[in-house]
Design a protein. Structure first.
Length: 445
């Protein structure tokens, strides 16, 4: 009876999907019993991200139960039950954006008269989505070895993930519907260039392509300078690189090529500024769109020469962003809050604008204050790590995995300028970089 009630409240998930979400927390606790805490955290986050259904179970008076919630709560309960963290990490300057971001939903709700409960619900979601993985990374990462564990697990899981990806490339994206009873996204968007864009159990084909692209880059950075010629390492990289290309996601392929170029270039001291300049793209793009009235026509013109369909898609995104920005500037500081109040009615009383980019979603719902806090969660660790360990030091065996995590977070932030594919793995990676970049003798409160 309980399962029937929960299934009725789920977002079109079948019984298998509902059971998978409900059993994930017990499965996580078992993992903590038999593994070291950091390995259990990494493994349950990656596997949960790859195999859990993309859907929600609606529970009255409580936040919706989805895969992000069960992954985060499972890890927190596992840590508290099996290996209570003692002491908890001290709060440092690099943690401030996380604290502000987790409190942003409350400020937005109260400023829009949406009520205290709405604020509490929003805060709880962000604490689970961002706060818990950040906290666990800050607690259990003590040095470069933990970064190697995270990178190794991502590469191994991506290599196993190749099998269902190849299946959907041949048979079309059907696995999520077969196992969990629904397509997690519009099926029409899976058709690309006479082939298929696989999704497996992830929220979109773009998310899968980014996961494979960053895993391929991590496979290249996993070994130090002295081990690059090992055949098995090169083989893993080539397999993941080929699968990235086969996913038919042009954006992920471009970011993959950018990551390879940055990794190859940043070997000398003179090229450190190249990495810093790439970092500046992340805040400069929203600033140019919002305050300099840049319309992106140069990018659209370039893609018209490559693929007219992609060019039209980009043009639509830019036009929608312009409309949504006008709405966002009506409440610029803390946004419109939840319930899709950030949207715009421009066609037959329907919300016809598309919310593709993470930054425009956050500017509309949490305001510029919230958007900047969310952006700084990644930019602070990236800048601090780059400052303490210059890019030309990353190619040795000790720092190469951490350098790979730097590339992972950076590429995901660049992708978030046009898409919104949140991942707990990115937050874990940012937390690892934060710990490595801020030694214990740094400022704390």
């Amino acid at each position: 009876m309980v399962l029937s009630f929960l299934q009725q409240g789920s977002q079109e998930l079948n019984a298998t999907g509902t059971i998978a979400l409900l059993l994930w927390i017990p499965a996580t606790l078992i993992a903590f019993l038999y593994m070291k805490p950091w390995r259990a955290i990494v493994l349950t986050n990656i596997i949960g991200y790859l195999i859990l259904p993309h859907g929600e179970i609606y529970v009255p008076a409580l936040p919706d139960v989805d895969r992000v919630m069960v992954i985060g709560l499972g890890c927190l309960l596992g840590v508290l039950w099996v290996r209570p963290p003692d002491p908890w990490p001290e709060i440092r300057w690099i943690d401030i954006p996380v604290l502000l971001w987790c409190s942003a939903p409350m400020i937005s709700s109260l400023s829009n008269d949406l009520g205290l409960w709405d604020g509490i619900s929003g805060v709880s979601k962000e604490v689970i989505r961002v706060g818990i993985p950040w906290l666990l990374a800050r607690r259990f990462v003590h040095g470069p070895e933990e970064s190697r564990v995270l990178v190794s697990m991502i590469v191994i899981c991506a290599l196993v993930h190749v099998l269902p990806v190849l299946y959907e490339l041949r048979m079309s994206p059907q696995l999520h519907k077969t196992f969990y009873g629904q397509h997690q996204h519009s099926f029409i968007q899976t058709r690309r260039g006479g082939g298929w864009r696989p999704m497996v159990f992830m929220q979109h084909g773009l998310a899968l392509a980014m996961f494979q692209a960053t895993a391929a880059l991590l496979a290249l950075t996993l070994c130090g300078r002295t081990e690059y010629r090992r055949v098995e390492r090169i083989g893993v990289f080539l397999v993941l690189a080929v699968v990235t290309i086969l996913t038919n996601s042009l954006g992920a392929i471009i970011l993959f090529a950018l990551g390879l170029g940055l990794w190859a270039l940043c070997r000398g001291q003179a090229y450190g500024m190249v990495m810093v300049g790439t970092l500046l793209v992340v805040p400069l793009y929203p600033g140019a769109r919002a305050f300099l009235n840049w319309d992106g026509h140069q990018i659209v013109s370039y893609f018209e020469k490559v693929d007219s369909n992609r060019a039209r898609s980009l043009q639509t995104r830019f036009e929608d962003e312009t409309v949504l920005l006008e709405r966002a500037f009506e409440r610029p500081f803390f946004g419109w809050g939840g319930y899709d109040r950030k949207g715009v009615d421009i066609l037959n009383n329907k919300r016809s604008t598309a919310y593709d980019s993470r930054w425009i979603i956050l500017v509309g719902s949490r305001g510029w204050v919230g958007m900047l806090c969310r952006m700084l969660i990644a930019l602070f660790p990236l800048y601090a790590f780059c400052k303490r360990f210059p890019p030309w030091t990353w190619h040795g065996p000790l720092l190469a995995p951490a350098g790979g995590l730097f590339m992972l977070v950076l590429l995901h932030e660049l992708d978030a300028l046009l898409n919104s594919m949140p991942s707990p793995i990115t937050i874990l990676a940012a937390g690892v970089l934060a710990n490595l970049a801020t030694p214990k003798d740094s400022f704390s409160t």
